[in-house]
Design a protein around this ligand. Structure first.
Ligand SMILES: [Zn+2]
Length: 323
């Protein structure tokens, strides 16, 4: 699938099985791709309606406009603007349509949000898609429409912070500070776990070597495994805190001043799941220490039978017994 381990999960697009556009974005299906990058892929439809007709598709699978996040909408809108300008330069059309359809009733055929950029000419092959005889709504019906929409628009709050409001901008700064604080605490806890693991495992290995008591090596390795699990928890929590931070900074879709995302956003359900441990900071730190312990244990097991306590003690004890 499109997901890989570790931080790459944050950047690789989310993909829906059996989605024709996700396949094109992943490069698994052929298409005349015009541009990639910036989270949007631009390509020609199989049968363009006019010269220069292209589709702009968000790389992350989003079914329709109601599933589109603020951040993705901003990116998409800015790409539409760029491609519309480029289409005018390249095709010199007389006009241009931007068409975006949601749901079968609105003629959406692929369930992955897309925007048509359609260069137009007065004599092109596209039929008029606006009805020529306008429906004759009664005054009451028109007033009813207006008031229903007025109420709905007034009730719908824009997602995240309103960047035109000084209070919201201040709250957003506070929110980012809160998350930064959480990130710093997780990073400090991870560093503390590493410090304690070295102290305790080092002590266990030291005791094992000095007293030739090999079970202490197993104890040291157990210490390392336990701290690796603890550290993985901290690092994972830190990764999620960064995700929440990004959703405030880039996407602006969070509930103002809420820390809810920290607990819920995409957290894997089982802490012991191997994904937790797929982190270079875990492997490069704990694995070499555990390997040292393992090597010591192997050496001890190989050399162990030769070092009989009775044999090693006798030469030292014999001289002391003589006088
Ligand atoms: Zn898709």
């Amino acid at each position: 699938m499109g997901k890989r381990c570790g931080q790459a999960v944050l950047v690789s697009p989310s993909r829906e099985p059996r989605c024709a556009f996700c396949d094109i974005i992943a490069g698994d299906a052929p298409a005349r791709v015009v541009s990639r990058g910036r989270g949007v892929t631009v390509f020609l439809p199989d049968e363009p309606a006019t010269r220069g007709h292209v589709l702009l598709v968000p790389d992350d699978h989003v079914s329709d406009i109601w599933a589109l996040s603020q951040g993705a909408a901003r990116t998409l809108a800015s790409e539409v603007l760029r491609v519309a300008g480029a289409a005018r330069d390249a095709m010199q059309p007389e006009g241009l349509n931007v068409i975006q359809s949601n749901g079968p009733a609105a003629t959406q055929t692929v369930n992955h949000l897309h925007v048509h950029v359609l260069p137009r000419w007065a004599n092109d092959a596209v039929d008029d898609f606006w009805p020529s005889p306008n429906p004759t709504w009664s005054t009451a019906e028109l007033d009813g429409m207006r008031s229903a929409l007025e109420a709905a628009v007034a009730a719908s709050k824009p997602a995240g912070y309103d960047m035109t409001s000084e209070q919201d901008r201040e709250d957003r700064r506070k929110h980012l500070d809160l998350i930064s604080g959480a990130i710093a605490r997780m990073a400090a806890s991870s560093a503390a776990a590493k410090g304690w693991s070295v102290t305790l495992a080092g002590a266990a290995f030291g005791v094992a070597l000095v007293r030739e008591s090999w079970p202490f090596i197993a104890l040291g390795i157990l210490v390392l495994v336990s701290f690796a699990a603890l550290d993985a928890r901290y690092l994972n929590a830190e990764r999620h805190a960064r995700k929440v931070y990004n959703s405030i900074a880039d996407d602006n879709t969070v509930v103002p001043l809420s820390m809810k995302g920290l607990a819920t956003q995409g957290r894997p359900p089982r802490w012991w799941w191997p994904n937790h441990f797929r982190n270079w900071s875990i492997w490069l730190f704990y694995a070499p220490l555990a390997v040292v312990g393992g090597v010591l244990l192997v050496i001890a097991l190989i050399a162990g039978p030769a070092a009989h306590p009775a044999d090693t003690k006798s030469p030292r004890e014999t001289p002391s017994q003589r006088p």
